[in-house]
Design a protein around this ligand. Structure first.
Ligand code: Z5A
Ligand code: MG
Length: 204
């Protein structure tokens, strides 16, 4: 039986990385083969360029950086495919939805933004961690990275709302870490134990 592809999305500070790590640990402790993927993956060659862009050490055209984020996902597809086919569940911390929403929020054409990611692996579920901007700011404010600005983050929220469909599971990220974790585990438990063939047809 193949593993599930579980994507976690949401705005800044909504607790994505915190929960992803805990979910992976729990599933592994339950004896389920599970692996975490995080986009951007800052360890690869494209990831290093993205990291330098986010830390504002390099400038890049908005289209070019969008394509790099997408390339960073494509690089991982064959590894993810083989893990899923061997029965490993994958939890993904941000995916193509972040890619489109951030670039569209910067003013790029929404349809253009989707194109480079067409044909990626299709998730079995997308969980969206919903947190208001005021709540997000209470969690330590924004740092030094390029996109950590209130105005842009508000636009990103609007873009996510445009992109959501009824298949997305909305998680109230303002609850305590334990409550959020329980809500996310309930979604994972509800997934079909026999998910059918793997689909590499995102947005087709
Ligand atoms: N980006 C893009 O433009 N295009 C793309 O294709 C992709 C990404 C994939 C870097 O991403 C940037 O890249 C990002 C989008 C853009 N830009 N921004 N902004 P990243 O994923 O590397 O970003 P990050 O550094 O991991 O930050 P984050 O994802 O925004 O944070 P988070 O993972 O959602 O939150 P967290 O680190 O788990 O928690 C934040 C704090 O809140 C921390 O102190 C926690 O202890 C606390 N926390 C967590 N949960 C709770 C609850 N429930 N209550 C109270 N406090 C909590
Ligand atoms: Mg994170």
């Amino acid at each position: 039986m193949r593993g599930h592809l579980i994507v976690i999305e949401g705005c800044d500070r909504s607790g994505k990385s915190t929960q992803c790590e805990r979910l992976v640990t729990t599933l592994q402790q339950q004896g389920r083969k599970t692996q975490l993927f995080k986009f951007p993956d800052r360890t690869t060659q494209t990831g290093k360029m993205i990291d330098s862009y986010l830390k504002q050490s390099t400038h890049m055209d908005d289209h070019a950086i969008h394509l790099l984020f997408s390339a960073n996902r494509w690089e991982a597809m064959s590894h993810m495919t083989s893990l899923l086919e061997q029965g490993t569940t994958i939890i993904v911390d941000r995916y193509a939805f972040s890619g489109v929403c951030f670039s569209a929020a910067k003013g790029l054409d929404f349809e253009w933004c989707r194109q480079p990611d067409v044909g990626l692996l299709t998730p079995d579920v997308v969980m969206f961690m919903d947190l208001s901007m005021d709540e997000a700011e209470k969690r330590g404010g924004f740092g030094e990275e390029r996109y950590e600005k209130r105005e842009l983050q508000l636009k990103v929220r609007q873009e996510f709302q445009k992109m959501m469909d009824s298949s997305w599971k909305i998680i109230d990220a303002s609850k305590s870490k334990d409550q959020v974790y329980n809500d996310m585990m309930a979604v994972i438990k509800s997934l079909d134990s026999n998910p059918g063939p793997l689909k590499q047809d995102l947005w087709k």
